[in-house]
Design a protein around this ligand. Structure first.
Ligand code: GLA
Length: 388
């Protein structure tokens, strides 16, 4: 955890007073997905890990009939009266915590009066799940403060529901799951159909993960994300007229002929092709990591990006510049966009000794080509959401 808790406590007391009553601390990470993109809502496989940066929440119960919220990242206090249900407010960060509070209320768990201070060190809108991190830190805190005893899986589902219903982003389960179930130095092999999961040690030897932020802002709800979901639904509807399938992940590369045969729309066909091939690549990549074949893992990451670029069309100039210029540099084992796309970040596996060269040369060429300044993070893999 990076946030300085002494500083945060000081801020908390400055805002809310009463130094005799200590706040309780909770923490929730961001996540990076290594491979398995846009497969979660198609009931496929994903392979994310939790990061060692995230959101810290300090919270204290009060006897009052209101919740006071403040974020170091979005200054300005928000006061919300306790209610039976809550409504979203256009473009406010509070929709993430309030969406979760609303979901608890829908399940008969009313929030107590609270004073809350949030602080995140995940760049917002960068595809590293700052939203899921705020949702999950709120869920873990409410579960604790109300002594509800809900399992982590329940908190994950409730946070996803909050994002779908309250925020209006029709996301799959990957982000909330990775943030909730993350484990230090491990990636999570998650089957999004059955929600069975296994931890895989992330041993990269003398290579490391580098995350690169395009610094192109991307509004997820405004984006084409929800449109991609309906294109996948259309593909399933068309194929299921001929073969009983519930989702695209039931198909494998040996079924690709069906797309040509049953889907007339070339766009929908391409979308389905991405999901089916990506699901296969994800399983192959997980196996490659188990076999300690990092070169193959990197090659599959590259193929994943190509498919997201050509077939799923969720990359764009900024992500493509980072990826295709990055691949020309020495020591780059694999590089691809991560998260929803349309901006946000890439994730790369790079030989450690080439780290500085990667950062300086890619930064330079990226600015020359796009006029934007890329940011580089050297993340560690951390644990999931918890009380501190
Ligand atoms: C976003 C969503 C996830 C997942 C990814 C794409 O991060 O929140 O559910 O669909 O995009 O893999």
């Amino acid at each position: 955890m990076n946030a300085d808790t002494d500083y945060l406590k000081e801020e908390f007391f400055r805002l809310y007073g009463d130094r005799d009553k200590e706040p309780v601390l909770f923490y929730s990470p961001g996540r990076v997905n290594l491979i398995g993109e846009h497969t979660d809502y198609n009931a496929g496989y994903v392979f994310p890990c939790a990061l060692d940066f995230g959101t810290t929440l300090l919270v204290r119960k009060t006897g009052r009939h209101e919740m006071r919220m403040y974020s170091i990242n979005f200054p300005g206090e928000v006061v919300i009266p306790i209610a039976l249900n809550y409504l979203p407010v256009a473009k406010s960060w509070t929709n993430y915590p309030v969406g979760v509070i609303n979901e608890f209320a829908r399940n008969g768990i009313g929030a107590p009066g609270m004073e809350m201070l949030f602080m995140g060190d995940i760049p917002n809108g960068a595809g590293l799940s700052s939203s899921a991190s705020i949702e999950m830190v709120t869920a873990v805190a409410l579960n604790d403060l109300t002594e509800s005893g809900l399992e982590m899986m329940e908190l994950v589902r409730m946070s996803q529901k909050a994002e779908n219903g309250f925020v209006g982003m029709n996301c799959g389960i990957m982000d909330q799951f990775a943030v909730g179930f993350g484990r230090k130095d491990h990636a999570i092999n998650l089957n999004c159909d059955t929600l069975e999961y296994r931890y895989a040690p992330l041993n990269l030897g003398d290579r490391r993960l580098i995350i690169t932020n395009t610094n192109k802002r991307r509004g997820l709800t405004d984006s084409k994300y929800n449109e991609r979901r309906s294109e996948c639904d259309r593909a399933v509807a068309l194929i299921s007229g001929h073969k009983p399938v519930r989702n695209l992940s039931e198909l494998t590369v040996s079924d690709l002929w069906m797309l040509d045969k049953y889907i007339a729309d070339p766009v929908v066909r391409k979308r389905a092709k991405h999901v089916i091939t990506e699901n296969g690549r994800t399983l192959d990549a997980i196996k490659a990591l188990e076999d300690n074949n990092i070169e193959l893992f990197g090659k599959l990451m590259n193929e994943s990006h190509d498919s997201l670029c050509t077939d799923y069309e969720v990359t764009g100039t900024e992500l493509d510049t980072l990826v295709y210029e990055g691949r020309k540099l020495p020591g780059v084992v694999g590089t691809r966009m991560t998260g929803a796309g349309f901006g946000g970040c890439t994730v790369s596996i790079v030989e450690s000794r080439y780290t500085d060269e990667f950062i300086s040369r890619l930064g330079e060429v990226y600015t020359a080509k796009t006029g934007l300044t890329a940011e580089f993070y050297l993340p560690g893999i951390g644990d999931g959401a918890r009380k501190i």
